[in-house]
Design a binder for this molecule. Structure first.
Ligand code: GRF
Length: 207
């Protein structure tokens, strides 16, 4: 049997995208497995799920500065990922801007999911930004991570309508349901070696 690609998920909170990825990895023939969950938050729901399902998890202190990570923690994550032979790092609600060794070593091998149709509504609260702006459609984006925030080449986007009576919560919920499909699809394509980056464009080859 072909060895599955080992992935690490970085999550700070609830972890529903981590759970969706873990669910996909349990499907027969799925080309990836989650070998590691890393969190910066001891209270993360993702950690509970990892423990319940036997996925190795670690908490790494990323420093006191909100949204940022210390270079030491980046180095520590990189070393751990290398030790576990991680080939793809998936950010899933990881509330720190990744920099340093981890980002350098995993350039082109790190993905993020964002709750809006990039390049619109980057950064925090993508759903609220879309609602406030008055767009008729929003959605989610899985993209490669580069040195800026939410700017890397786009792998997959899914679109949802914005309803007139939407609240931030109801729109977030509709987007989240699509996130849970988009991330496993993106990881499947990556792990199956079906992606090629040309400039800003990510091209997909047939199976
Ligand atoms: C998701 O909306 C994701 O797009 C954003 O953070 C949220 C994480 O949710 N980056 P969860 O922890 O995966 O449930």
């Amino acid at each position: 049997m072909k060895e599955r690609m080992k992935i690490a998920v970085l999550a700070s909170g609830r972890g529903s995208n981590f759970m969706a990825l873990a669910g996909a990895c349990r499907e027969e023939g799925y080309p990836a497995e989650i070998a590691l969950l890393i969190s910066d938050n001891t209270e993360a729901g993702a950690l509970v799920f990892a423990r319940e399902t036997g996925i190795e998890s670690v908490v790494i202190d990323c420093g006191p500065k909100r949204g940022s990570m210390s270079l030491e923690s980046s180095e520590e994550m990189y070393r751990l990922c290398r030790k576990r032979r991680i080939e793809l790092v998936c950010l899933a609600g990881f509330m720190r801007i990744v920099k340093g060794r981890l980002l350098e070593e995993y350039a082109g091998r790190m993905l993020n999911i964002h709750p809006a149709l990039l390049p619109s509504f980057k950064g925090l609260h993508g759903q609220k930004q879309a609602l406030d702006y008055g767009v008729r459609y929003s959605g989610c984006t899985v993209h490669f991570v580069d040195t800026e925030i939410d700017t890397g080449p786009i792998l997959i986007q899914k679109v949802v309508p914005v309803m007139e009576d939407d609240s931030e919560d109801s729109l977030s919920e509709r987007i989240l349901a699509e996130e849970h499909k988009a991330y496993p699809e993106a990881v499947r394509l990556y792990a199956a070696g079906r992606l090629r980056i040309e400039g800003r464009r990510v091209l997909t080859s047939d199976e």
